[in-house]
Design a protein around this ligand. Structure first.
Ligand code: ATP
Length: 348
């Protein structure tokens, strides 16, 4: 079994500093997701671990071995990338069997293993076809099947579900999670989809502009974002940030108050589901006006306004409220987080 360790890895492409001294450890058997907006360096970091790209400086270890200068095939990894290169001259069956043939596994085992991963990825019907006869989503599934067939210790994946339609994507997400847990595969997985990250990851590394800004479990990242970037990037709708003033060790918004470690201006971060909205005056609440009401099924999404700032709250689906009405909003005090108004960093 093997983990992955990245030490002070930097990468320059001419003037672009794609990675700025990244340190990261993926534990043995862990599912770690690299999450961040387009261009933050996720793919570059994954390609450096794979050996498809050399770092400008820094080291990469897989297990106890330093692999910084080894070619991909000597690193003991399997990978699935966005462009899912599969061999055009081989059938789907032979594509999936490829790694096992390289390892000279017996025919019997190859047939069983190919059958297993083909069932998992719903490509049993396609085994006799050639890649040119497949859709993009089908090719992507073949690429995932080929990587899984060899039961690698370390699996690197870059948006492997991006070409699938929404329903299949959901189903495969759950299947992939089950399978990789079962096989105890150490996985480094790139996505810009925060729901996918939350669903799959043991831990998430949130990246921004070539750096890891927070590393933690999905729950930690969700409930205790390190800064306003993470709070705003994760969650749909994202965390709200309300300007507030701290005085005498407290932040007060009308009837609502929480302790503050600093004085002066702060940002009060609170997620839409941690706001309770009612029509009657409530203790620990502040007033707001309803701007938009959106019935979304499991809840009613409200866009509210307070002193010129808009924010969102999720209410009960049968809560009856109309545009322009005044409501009382009570944040769950245990879920409120304060941030520095300029740096955006969480205040302890
Ligand atoms: P996406 O989600 O869009 O794939 P990403 O987070 O994976 O984005 P990277 O592909 O790692 O981002 O790119 C990081 C930065 O490095 C970007 O600014 C990108 O333009 C730049 N970059 C990546 N590869 C190259 C290259 N071969 N030559 C020049 N610049 C590059």
């Amino acid at each position: 079994m093997a983990g992955i360790r990245v030490e002070k890895v930097s990468k320059r492409f001419g003037k672009v500093e794609a990675l700025k001294g990244v340190d990261l450890e993926v534990r043995d058997q862990e599912f770690l997701v690299l999450l961040g907006p387009s261009g933050c360096g996720k793919t570059t970091l994954l390609r450096i671990v794979a050996g498809l790209e050399a770092p400008t400086s820094g080291e990469v270890y897989i297990g106890e071995r330093r692999v910084t200068h080894l070619p991909p095939r000597l690193r003991g990894i399997a990978m699935v990338f966005q462009n899912y290169a599969i061999f055009p001259h081989l059938t789907v069956y032979e594509n999936v069997a490829f790694g096992l043939r390289m390892k000279r596994r017996p025919e019997e085992e190859i047939r069983r293993k190919v059958g297993e991963v083909a069932a998992l990825l719903h490509i049993e019907e396609l085994l006799d076809r050639y890649p040119a006869q497949l859709s993009g989503g089908q090719r992507q599934r073949v690429a995932v099947a080929r990587a899984l067939a060899v039961e690698p210790e370390v699996l690197l994946m870059d948006e492997p579900l991006s070409n699938l339609d929404a329903l299949l994507r959901l189903e495969m997400r759950a299947e992939l999670k089950r399978l990789l847990k079962e096989t105890r595969t150490t996985t480094l997985y790139v996505t810009h989809d925060q729901v996918e990250a939350m669903s799959l990851a043991d831990r998430i590394a949130v990246m921004r502009q070539g750096e890891i800004v927070q590393l933690g479990t999905p729950t930690e990242i969700y409930h205790a974002p390190a800064d306003t970037f993470v709070g705003g990037f994760i969650g749909n709708p994202p965390m709200n940030f309300l300007r507030a003033g701290a005085l005498g060790g407290r932040v007060v918004l009308e009837g609502f108050a929480v302790p503050s470690p600093v004085e002066g201006e702060v940002l009060l971060g609170v997620r839409p589901e941690d706001l309770r909205v009612s029509k009657e005056q409530a203790e620990g609440a502040f007033r707001a006006r309803v701007l938009v009401v959106e019935p979304l099924g499991p809840h009613l999404q409200l866009t509210l306004e307070r002193e010129g700032e808009t924010f969102r709250a999720l209410a009960d689906p049968d809560f009856s409220v109309a545009f322009g009405e005044e409501v009382w909003v009570r944040p769950n005090p245990g879920r409120v987080r304060l941030f520095h108004p300029k740096t955006g960093k969480a205040l302890a």
